[in-house]
Design a protein around this ligand. Sequence first.
Ligand code: SF4
Ligand code: SF4
Length: 187
Amino acid sequence: MSKQLAFYVDSQKCIGCFSCAMACKNMYHPEPGVKWRQVYPLSEDIYPHHERAFYSLACNHCEHPTCLECCPVGAYTKREDGIVVHDQDKCIGCGNCVRSCPYGAPQYNPKLKKAEKCSMCWERIDAKLEPACVQACPVKALRIIDLSEFDDAEALHYPPGFPRFESLNPSVRFKLPRHPHVVRRNG
Ligand code: SF4
Ligand code: SF4
């Protein structure tokens, strides 16, 4: 497998503080309502202690990105390191990518009348810096991995609640939240 950078989401560590999402917004100033990264509390069906379990999600920089395939003007490219980049100068705002991505990653910016999405902060990566979300996380629940050399048998590709689209092969891995010890007082 050639190089493929990916987000690793450690839900065992995540405390749902939204620092990652806020750092992303501060970095790129998207319009109100336009969110490149979101933090989702897990429902009780997935994890009984729902106040303590979150997935922090953004674009998955898929191996086979449907956003790239459906764009009529070639605004999407996939870099050699696997990052899927959207070029706003080329974008005509047709919304094909917004409608086609099953992960809801591309967002329509009504002010610019163009689409936009997480860039994995490729400019920062090229400068040997972490993406803003990764840097902002106070508990190191987000990190960047290279799937071509990542080897963790416990990492999940499609954890409960995360949609399975194998044809896209989303570049993301997860660690599930741990069930807390239940301490009971007798008598
Ligand atoms: S998650 Fe959506 S926007 Fe991101 S690369 Fe995959 S298809 Fe494209
Ligand atoms: S900054 Fe870290 S701990 Fe806070 S919500 Fe994001 S991933 Fe979770």
